[in-house]
Design a binder for this molecule. Structure first.
Ligand code: C5P
Length: 226
């Protein structure tokens, strides 16, 4: 990790879960802690980047003054915040665990418990933020995604990288205990659109963030050379 190697670079990071409201007191969400995304944002900031961190609801705080925190709740709000920051961003890293579906309508009062009837919640598909940004990506912009796969992990990750027009995808290995949601450690494989694949060992999310940012520095270097 070279000091200040991201000086002058603008970076967008998404982190955390999204909450999709059902009624004023309930939501559909997931167990994403936001730790991986926050660690990546801090790593970029410590290396001189100007970071916009678009975060779903988490119980973490930002340490570096070089990080502008944009708090959102739902996938739609997250997309909107990303659309604002993306055109100016040199590098965008999609770490958020975006809910795939949202309730079709939000009840304006708390849904009451009925004696016989069980309520039905109709769902609609949420926007794919990474894919949307991928379709808007300009020459020179770098877009990085994360993938959590259980089977055919490499093929699926490559498929996602292509479908979303990503330059790099970070595959979380779920086979290893200590990797993934809620934990303080992670084990990843970094895959690039030009066919590169690097497997890293189990380490702290801070150390994984440094590896991911190093890998992105490598991509940038290739861009400027070619
Ligand atoms: O398709 P899948 O959810 O497995 O893709 C994961 C990657 O796409 C992650 O980088 C995640 O942040 C991003 N994503 C997104 N918006 C969605 C779903 C996933 O940005 N609605």
């Amino acid at each position: 990790a070279a000091e200040g190697d991201f000086k002058g670079k603008k970076v967008l990071v998404t982190a955390g879960p999204t909450y999709e409201r059902i009624d004023p007191v309930r939501f559909i969400g997931n167990f994403s802690s936001g730790k991986m995304g926050y660690a990546i944002a801090e790593e970029f900031a410590s290396r001189g980047a100007e970071v916009t961190l678009v975060s779903g609801p988490v119980s973490l705080s930002v340490k570096s003054p070089a990080i502008r925190l944009v708090k959102v709740e739902s996938a739609r709000q997250m997309l909107q915040a990303c659309e604002e920051a993306f055109p100016q961003s040199d590098i965008s890293v999609m770490c958020a665990a975006v809910a795939d579906y949202a309730p079709a309508d939000v009840a304006d009062r708390k849904i009451k418990r009925e004696r016989d009837e069980v309520p039905v919640i109709n769902l609609v598909k949420n926007p794919d933020i990474a894919k949307t940004l991928g379709s808007e990506k300009r020459y020179g912009q770098i877009l990085v995604g994360f993938a959590l796969e259980t089977d055919h992990e490499f093929e699926n990750a490559v498929g996602k990288m292509q479908a979303k027009n990503l330059d790099m995808i970070v595959l979380n290995s779920l086979r290893d205990s200590g990797a993934g949601f809620g934990t303080d450690t992670n084990k990843v494989t970094v895959m690039t659109a030009n066919g590169g694949r690097t497997e890293f060992g189990l380490k702290s999310k801070q150390a994984v963030a440094a590896d991911v940012v190093d890998s992105i520095a490598g991509l940038l270097q290739k861009q400027t050379v070619s």
